[in-house]
Design a binder for this molecule. Sequence first.
Ligand code: ZN
Length: 212
Amino acid sequence: MIDPGHNGGNFADPAFINSPIWNGRGAESCDTTGTETDGGYTEAQLNFNVARYLAAALGAEGAQVVLTRTTNNGVGPCVTQRADIGNAAQANAAISIHADGGPASGRGFAILEPVADGPNASVITPSQSLGTDVRSAFLAQNVEPVSDYAGVDGIQPRNDLAGLNLTTVPKVLVECANMRNASDAALVVTASWQQSVAQALATAITQFLTAA
Ligand SMILES: [Zn+2]
């Protein structure tokens, strides 16, 4: 299951996007618009492009791929629904694709992992394995350095996100880069970098699914 974070139409429907949902531990908004580069390139577009490249790469390997959205001009779905889609598919692996709007001075990727809260308790260990595979692939393929401002060695456990709190399948959320950093912003807008991210994610997912 591939979840391209946010959606291009979210900007147009704040009432829906800001409606509160229960994320398993507390209230959260249905979705957000996501961040963008200083030049106005949106995270929703970046996430969608990477997801399409990744879906194609995994499909070519024979994987059955489920996406949480198939266009970049719609609204939502809410983060709870995005979790439901992976759960309903009984996905062997699930990945949410995002990019951060962090401090301009910092760059790099971070992998957000679930913290046990009940619904997700049985998938904490495999999610950590998937996260390690993603980190290894990013570094081995020289896609992007580990974040120098978020997490520890690129890993950040998070208990405040519906997508991780409510998952019943192995799942991580990847912040592929920091869109508010000038160096990262120059990369994220290019098709070649987006493809390299997708390739690293495909390698990681393949590694995760084939490790015995
Ligand atoms: Zn995001």
